[in-house]
Design a protein around this ligand. Structure first.
Ligand SMILES: NC(=O)c1ccc[n+]([C@@H]2O[C@H](COP(=O)([O-])OP(=O)(O)OC[C@H]3O[C@@H](n4cnc5c(N)ncnc54)[C@H](O)[C@@H]3O)[C@@H](O)[C@H]2O)c1
Length: 359
């Protein structure tokens, strides 16, 4: 039996991780933690888990906690992860894993040294269409790769974003919140970013009566390995486009033999173009890509826009049970952080930056 302790019991835990861990064989969430008493109580009520703590050290201390999920505001990811690793726990950490690259590297190296499993919750890697797209690209279906493109356009208006609008709690705004997922997907699809130039802008200085000191908009022009170009853009201010599952969410790759386009709103299909074609054709994702191998998730159960998210918890637990690395790991989290750090520096210094490769 794998005992899981959850630290931070807010929105993403209830939406993704509680149902995700419930699917995992021989796994039990044995403790919850949240510093906000009302949030902790709500999570205990919703899940029926009796053990709830205000202080995360108490979760890590428990002998029946083999694995820890960290889903707090970003500034707590590194200290909690390092303490959990030091106590010999396996760790899954929400994205972005850290406030900066040195923190991310420290987490990755500490986890490797302690021989614990480590995973970054880059949830969108588990979208069936994105897994199929990765398979097609890696099997050579689009030939020589030219371009990667990512767009995440939502309308969050001027509402209060809590810790997400405070630099010392979140690190970055839209860059880490949304674009980090697509930075990771680009790495998976076409290779790591070698150099980039980026810009970050804040248009809303006060959200819901509280100051915001973070970016609402982020854009990166990237040079990947193998001379692939990338254009990535993400905003909270695409008025009228909606939030969450709504809004533009596109990942596209162009190569000498084809184009593949994915949108999150269509998790079970891709649009594919071939040389000489006049337009893209819709291609259904084969059922073998609907879940990750071994996942007990019922293909017919749940909303396809939501249910794929549960597979990430299965990936974490399956890696622990089978003594194999998690995909994506803290290494992937740190590599995305390297891009984010370079983007912040590029925007500040108004120039191209090299991106270090995490080894
Ligand atoms: N993978 C994804 O798709 C995805 C989606 C949403 C959020 N996230 C990430 O998950 C994390 C949490 O986001 P959320 O949307 O659930 O935010 P949230 O604000 O709903 O939840 C965070 C919780 O952490 C608690 N917390 C704060 N300080 C704490 C402390 N010292 N000890 C224990 N708990 C503490 C807060 O009270 C809050 O309930 C963030 O890192 C975010 O970037 C990832």
């Amino acid at each position: 039996m794998i005992g899981v302790g959850i630290i931070g019991s807010g929105q993403i835990v209830l939406a993704n991780h509680i149902p995700g861990f419930a699917l995992c064989p021989d796994t039990k969430v044995v403790a919850l933690c949240d510093s906000n008493p009302a949030t902790l109580e709500r999570a205990k009520q919703r899940t029926g888990i009796g053990a709830g703590y205000a202080d995360w050290h108490d979760v890590i201390k428990r002998d029946d906690v083999d694995a820890v999920l960290i889903a707090t505001p970003n500034y707590l990811h590194a200290p909690i992860a390092l303490a959990a690793i030091a106590a010999g726990k396996h760790v899954m950490c929400e994205k972005p894993i850290a406030m900066n690259l040195p923190e991310g590297l420290e987490m990755y190296r500490a986890a490797e040294k302690a021989h614990v499993r480590h995973m970054t919750a880059f949830t969108y890697r588990f979208v069936p269409a994105m897994r199929y797209m990765q398979h097609l690209v890696q099997s050579g279906a689009v030939g020589r790769l030219y371009h990667f493109r990512a767009q995440r356009f939502q309308d969050w208006g001027t509402r209060n974003l809590g810790w997400r609008q405070v630099k010392k709690l979140a690190g970055t705004g839209e860059l880490g919140d949304m674009l980090s997922h697509r930075i990771d997907y680009g790495h998976l699809l076409v290779g790591t970013v070698k150099r980039l130039v980026a810009d970050l802008q804040r248009f809303v200085d006060n959200r819901g009566g509280q100051p915001s000191d973070l970016d609402d908009w982020a854009a990166i022009l990237a040079e990947y390995e193998r001379d692939v170009t990338g254009v990535l853009e993400s905003t909270k201010l695409a008025t009228g486009r909606g939030e969450g599952h709504y809004g533009q969410d596109l990942a596209e790759v162009n190569g000498s033999e084809g184009t593949i386009v994915f949108t999150t709103q269509k998790p079970l299909e891709l649009r594919i173009g071939k040389p000489g074609g006049k337009d893209l054709e819709t291609v259904p994702v084969p059922r073998e890509f609907w879940v990750i191998p071994g996942s007990p998730r019922d293909l017919a159960a749940g909303d396809p826009l939501v249910a794929f998210r549960y597979d990430q918890d299965f990936e974490f637990i399956d890696a622990i049970q089978n003594h194999r690395p998690c995909r994506p790991s803290f290494k992937d989290g740190a590599q995305a952080q390297a891009v984010m750090d370079a983007a912040v520096q590029s925007a500040a210094q108004r120039r191209w930056m090299d991106v270090p490769k995490v080894e």
